[in-house]
Ligand binder design. Structure first.
Ligand code: 5GP
Ligand code: ZN
Length: 113
């Protein structure tokens, strides 16, 4: 999708700080990290939200998540990790290419929640 910012990151048209990549999935640091190491995980296929994910795309995506979580743990040494996903404007979605937020937690005062 040409006017999608996350598709542009996948294509390399705009930069992204890559955390993980395979054939189906890309993970990169959020441009505006709510905590240190805040990472977004996206399918390479442009799908707007959870309702558009096929079982195959969801399988590929979720299969990669433990490895990405472990990479974040090694790099940022958090004491906890939140995973969340906003679907629809009313739920806080602002980029309409499906993504999961992996939010490392660093204890009191880490700025989130
Ligand atoms: P949403 O609000 O849709 O759940 O989350 C969208 C996220 O994408 C936000 O946390 C926002 O900071 C992040 N974001 C928006 N534009 C860019 C960008 O160009 N690069 C990166 N790395 N993150 C972005
Ligand atoms: Zn896209």
């Amino acid at each position: 999708m040409s006017d999608c910012i996350f598709c542009s990151i996948i294509n390399g048209d705009i930069p992204g700080a890559k955390v993980f990549e395979n054939e189906h999935v890309l993970a990169f640091l959020d441009i505006s990290q709510v905590t240190k190491g805040h990472t977004l995980v996206i399918p390479k296929a442009h799908k707007e939200n959870i309702y558009e994910l096929t079982p195959e795309i969801a399988k590929n995506l979720f299969e990669a998540v433990p490895e990405i979580a472990k990479a974040i743990k090694e790099e940022f040494n958090p004491i906890g990790l939140n995973i969340l996903n906003n679907n629809g404007e009313a739920a806080g979605q602002s980029v309409f290419h499906y993504h999961m937020h992996l939010i490392p937690r660093h204890g009191d005062g880490d700025g989130f929640g």
